[in-house]
Design a protein around this ligand. Sequence first.
Ligand SMILES: Cc1cc2nc3c(=O)[nH]c(=O)nc-3n(C[C@H](O)[C@H](O)[C@H](O)COP(=O)(O)O)c2cc1C
Length: 173
Amino acid sequence: MNEVMKHILTRRSIRSFTKEPIPRDILEKLVEAALCAPSGKGQQTWKFTVITNQEMITRLTEAIGHELQRGGYDMYCPAAIFMPSNLRDGIWSKEDNACALENVFLAAHSYGIGSVWINQMQNICDTPGIRAILDELNVPADHVVFGMAALGYPDPDSAPRPIKRIGTVEYIE
Ligand SMILES: Cc1cc2nc3c(=O)[nH]c(=O)nc-3n(C[C@H](O)[C@H](O)[C@H](O)COP(=O)(O)O)c2cc1C
């Protein structure tokens, strides 16, 4: 089968990771994949922040848990976080970043790295606790994080959640 199709058909959301770090050169490939995503009018107003510092990941996770009042929230304890941000008022910010994230999910899968979309940030970016961390990460003040990728090598003892692929399709010929 065509390699691209193979990876599209076999990618799954992974929610349990080993502690093994992801090598920097692979992270750079994932960034390259993100940078090659389509964007509205090719404006590429996004910024990509890659976090491997475990202390920072823990602080961010705890801050999210605090804002959402979700005790024990752990963001699946990833080896790395890929955090795209984009203009709060950009017309296509959310779409552009979603395209970048999907490229990252597929590229990660092609390197044997698991990923899952983390959706918790988009409505809390401007709370003081989260914005203080985003400032530390040099995320621009006019940017929002619509979604992130939690990344890591899949835990071999944990299977992805079962899913049945559905969707209405119609060919008009
Ligand atoms: C917009 C969006 C938000 C999502 N948010 C989360 C999330 O916060 N946490 C999570 O575990 N999975 C999240 N997911 C992953 C979906 O649950 C997952 O893609 C879906 O169940 C299909 O499974 P698959 O990715 O293995 O094909 C999100 C996916 C999308 C597209």
